[in-house]
Ligand binder design. Structure first.
Ligand code: DHB
Length: 368
């Protein structure tokens, strides 16, 4: 008898609402991967089913349930923010469905289900490098400003502990709401506190508002440096931030300006397929996540099956547009280079230009 033989990937993303740029980037990257690599793997047709969760975790849960029960998807993927990933994790466990987390970046997500595999990054992974760089560059007193939810708490904790270890100090730890944040009153507080630097984490899409308020409140003129995770100097928005962003130092795992031949090809193909859109770190998480799923399906010779796919997702080693990576078989997290970058103007456009590399960084959130 004929069966519905398609291998189904249920890609749940925020396509509308505050996190919409994450969905737009990841969907574009997933479609680019399929355009470049075909929609047949080991003789099996691959079907991508995209659903918009508007970044509300109750919606994510309902969509994930529908995709598993009605569509019988072979893999769940996407997950624009941590709360979405956390509500989906128990479903992945119960149904033995691999969940490829392409965006969300709180350390603990991979511990919420043995079926979670991550192609994005973690906030501890990228925050520590900046706390090593700062004291070597005249920055001792720092105020932190993070979005008040799990990845923000991760960034605040791992940055401040490492800074303290290095002889610096966080003098004030500010947290702003995730939904509809108003940065102005927080930045006024920072101006009054006059630290050497302000360290910021906000999720993708909120960076431009922070930058605008930072400059409007004159924090730069008050001699306060802005240092941040690369979520703030997001390639999706950076070019629109203006000259005020020049010189901002950030640490992250991906820059569209990463100078490898593979990345140059990736950026060119992405921009050709999506005029006016520059790929950011979300796009690379989506692109690599698709590669991981394709490779896993190949390993099972097209047969699939939750446990077989999971086994084939663990331990993958490959070159990403971000640089060399592997999926740690124990933690199911991605191990990758972390780069220190400075915002510079290149060929008339603003980019995060890498000036230092910390190689093969594991998530420090797992090492205790
Ligand atoms: C998360 C979301 C983001 O947009 C980001 O840049 C980092 C982390 C999250 O919710 O995990």
């Amino acid at each position: 008898a004929a069966r519905d033989d398609a291998f189904k990937i249920g890609l749940i993303l925020p396509m509308t609402g505050q996190q919409a740029s994450t969905g737009r980037q990841i969907e574009a990257a997933a479609r680019l991967w399929m355009a470049q690599n075909g929609d047949t793997v080991a003789g099996r047709k691959v079907r991508l089913i995209v659903r918009d969760d508007t970044s509300l975790p109750d919606v994510t849960r309902r969509l994930a349930q529908e995709l598993v029960v009605n569509e019988k998807v072979d893999v769940l993927a996407g997950m624009g923010i941590t709360p979405s990933a956390m509500v989906t994790a128990p479903l992945a466990t119960q149904s033995k469905t691999p969940l490829v987390v392409m965006a969300a970046a709180t350390s603990g997500i991979t511990e919420a289900s043995p079926y979670v595999v991550r192609s994005s990054f973690t906030l501890p992974q990228v925050s520590v490098a900046l706390a090593d760089w700062a004291p070597r560059n005249g920055i001792r007193k720092v105020v932190t400003l993070v979005s008040d939810y799990a990845p923000g708490i991760d960034a605040e904790k791992f940055f401040s502990q490492r800074l303290l270890f290095n002889g610096g100090q966080v003098t004030e730890a500010l947290r702003v709401p995730l939904r509809g944040p108003d940065f102005a009153p927080f930045l006024q507080k920072v101006r009054d506190a006059r630290p050497d630097a302000l360290f910021v984490f906000v999720p993708s899409g909120a960076g431009a508002a922070v930058m605008k308020q930072f400059l409007e409140r004159g924090l730069d003129k008050a001699g306060i440096r802005l240092i941040a995770t690369g979520d703030v100097t997001d390639d999706d928005q950076l070019n629109g931030m203006g000259d005020g962003a020049l010189g901002v130092i950030s640490s992250h795992h991906y820059s569209a300006a990463h100078p490898s031949p593979l990345n140059k090809k990736f950026v060119l193909a992405f921009e050709k397929a999506n005029p006016g859109l520059r790929p950011n770190f979300m796009a690379v998480g989506g692109y690599d996540g698709m590669r991981m799923i394709y490779e896993a399906l190949k390993s099972t010779r097209g047969a699939g099956g939750g446990d077989a796919l999971l086994a084939a997702l663990k331990g993958q080693v490959f070159e990403s547009p971000r640089g060399p990576v592997y999926i740690d078989a124990q933690t199911r997290d991605i191990v990758q280079n972390v780069y220190l970058r400075r915002v510079e103007r290149v060929n008339g456009q603003l980019y995060n230009v890498e000036f230092d590399t910390i190689e093969g960084v594991k998530d420090p959130g797992k090492s205790r």
